[in-house]
Design a protein around this ligand. Sequence first.
Ligand SMILES: Nc1ncnc2c1ncn2[C@@H]1O[C@H](COP(=O)(O)OP(=O)(O)OP(=O)(O)O)[C@@H](O)[C@H]1O
Ligand SMILES: [Mg+2]
Length: 277
Amino acid sequence: MIELRDVTFRYPRSKNPALMDVSLKIGDGEFVGILGPSGSGKSTLALTLNGIIPNSIRGAFSGEVIVRDPKTGKTFKTTETPVSKLSTLVGLVLQNPESQLFNMTVEDEVAFALENLGLPREEIAERVEWALKVVGLGGLENEFPPNLSGGEKQRLAIASVIAMKPSHLILDEPTSQLDPKGKREVLRVVEELNRAGTTVVMVEHDSRFLFRKADRLVVLNGGRVILQGTPREVAERVEELVEIGVKVPHSLLLSRALGLPPALSPQEFPSRVARRD
Ligand SMILES: Nc1ncnc2c1ncn2[C@@H]1O[C@H](COP(=O)(O)OP(=O)(O)OP(=O)(O)O)[C@@H](O)[C@H]1O
Ligand SMILES: [Mg+2]
């Protein structure tokens, strides 16, 4: 579980806070999607969830972020916990996988953070094998990142994060630089990790996947949470999303325009039409 209580954060030299009075509870095993227009504070929110804000990226921070380890029940306040400890509880995957990779072999890339944790050799080997298998990169252990496709690089970045066995995984637009195939590969991995019990918080500009797969959507605008609920609840307010500049699924716009109940995906569309008849 991660809980934010009245979190406000302003970057140094910025006039306005990037997050304002954000209170949010993310339950164990939940899949929460974060939506909002550019500059609404999505990335800033992602960085507060694992303590990078305010521990590494400093600024004017108030409120608190509490992370509970589901295995032990222990709670950690991000402002009082080193980022190295938090990273074993809350993994963060960024938009650009290259910013997270060191250009070692695939295997060493995943082992790197584990070596820093001081884990025994056999455990490192086991975890590297497991993480590469989960993301579908088994067999590419000796490859170098420049030889990988965009989707493979992002899956490698995910492997190095999940090798730490974090109970929470935060992803900030992990597919925005990928082609459709890479996108599908990464989304499949995220879905599987969530199904296996990892709590997922995902920021995505293209909301189609989130409307279909998330348990809950949180909509930010101007640093504030302006709307949250199940995808179906949020879909009822599609006009507001469009107005603030959130890209919503076409099926949602079309069902709305036709006066039908919201269709969260094209697959739902026929049943919506049928229901009206
Ligand atoms: N390092 C920084 N220093 C100063 N201001 C920043 C910094 N990073 C972000 N901001 C500002 O904070 C606000 C929120 O930015 P943030 O990057 O969190 O938005 P976002 O929703 O992730 O946007 P995008 O969809 O473009 O990624 C914006 O006004 C942005 O200009
Ligand atoms: Mg962002």
